[in-house]
Write a protein that binds this ligand. Structure first.
Ligand code: TYM
Length: 332
């Protein structure tokens, strides 16, 4: 079976709707057809200042959300990045292949570093995409399900794989992004020109899966819509309404066009009410399942330990091959 890998950062108390619709929903679907590896990327989470207690909690909450959303540890390998030391080891190798200029052009780095005082920008943040490349290449993944914002990092990953292969001999599979068109980018409810983002959206603009469902429905009701009153799917001229249509379509598993037709002739209020309702229906059972997983962290940690064991079996083979190709002496 072809292999997929993806990761999510444990940097917020909850995933938001963009994380789910843009990425995790595809993760769930792909475990039926692919050999799937999914990780909570805690090494990436320390590239900006962090609180250790929060990180530990958010790592478990992230894993619990993935399980609650449908990742099945029997069918997919779910693990925590720091449990598999090969990520950091291969990450170093990837850093040594990455050009300074190349890393400087990463838009995520530019955005994140623009928000920090210069002396707080770390080498870790700069090297972030090299570690991400290692995450992917360690598993020889052919596809990487992510949202649109990760496209540039995946292009770099391919470049690094190709560079290594041509200098040292064929070692890595060149991965392709797997980006679902319809929900590749979910927008901020208060500013439909910006993506919904844990670091930059205002509280009113972001729908968190673990937030009180009533609060989320209220945020939907207060979403910025567009001038006029017609409901049409037209992201260019009607970004607010189109975003709500995309969310509604994704949550109900229907094509956007069909949903837009259903709302033709109705008002913005009707659409918002409907989105709020499907959202509440969706998150309520998820939240109950997350609580169950968090009530028994021993069981959760066991699932993650088993995942890490399986992940290491694959990643260690790749790392050993890469080390050998690089000219490292194989320890006797
Ligand atoms: P992260 O943690 O920011 O986001 C996790 C996933 O959610 C997607 N996403 C969105 N999709 C649609 N609309 C949005 N508004 C939206 N916001 C976030 C992201 O594209 C991502 O797929 N660098 C990665 C984590 C990572 C990774 C990896 C991913 C580390 N190693 C290896 C893939 C493979 C990140 O910061 O994702």
């Amino acid at each position: 079976r072809p292999r997929v890998l993806s990761g999510i950062q444990p940097t917020a108390d909850s995933f938001h709707l963009g994380n789910y619709l843009g990425a995790v929903r595809q993760w769930v679907a792909l475990q039926d057809t692919h050999d799937a590896f999914y990780c909570v990327v805690d090494l990436h989470a320390i590239t900006v200042e962090h609180d250790p207690k929060l990180l530990r909690r958010r790592t478990r909450v992230s894993a619990a959300q993935l399980l609650a959303l449908g990742i099945d540890p029997e069918r997919a390998t779910l693990f925590v990045q720091s449990h598999v030391p090969e990520h950091a080891q291969l990450g170093w190798v990837m850093q040594c292949l990455t050009g300074f200029g190349e890393a400087s052009r990463m838009t995520q780095f530019k955005d994140k570093s623009a928000k920090q005082q210069a002396e707080r920008i770390t080498l870790g943040l700069f090297g972030y995409p090299a570690l991400q490349a290692a995450d992917i290449l360690a598993y020889q993944a052919s596809h990487v399900p992510v949202g649109e914002d990760q496209r540039q990092h995946l292009e770099l990953t391919r470049d690094l794989a190709q560079r290594f292969n041509s200098r040292f001999g064929r070692t890595f599979v060149l991965p392709e992004p797997f980006i679902v068109k319809d929900a590749a980018k979910i927008y901020d409810l208060q500013d439909p020109s910006a993506k919904m983002s844990k670091s930059s959206s205002s509280p009113g603009g972001i729908v968190e899966l673990l937030d009180d469902p009533k609060v989320s429905a209220k945020k939907i009701r207060s979403a910025v819509t567009d001038t006029g009153r017609e409901i049409v799917y037209d992201p260019e001229n009607k970004p607010g309404v189109s975003n709500l249509l995309v969310i509604y379509a994704a949550l109900t598993g229907r094509p956007v066009g069909e949903v837009a037709d259903e709302f033709a002739g109705k008002g913005y209020g009707d659409l918002k009410k409907a989105v709020g309702e499907v959202l509440v229906e969706f998150v309520t059972p998820i939240q109950a399942r997350v609580r169950t997983y968090l009530d028994d962290t021993a069981e959760l940690d066991k699932i993650l330990r088993r995942g890490a064991e399986r992940a290491r079996e694959v990643a260690s083979v790749t790392l050993a091959r890469a080390y050998e190709r690089l000219g490292f002496v194989v320890p006797a």
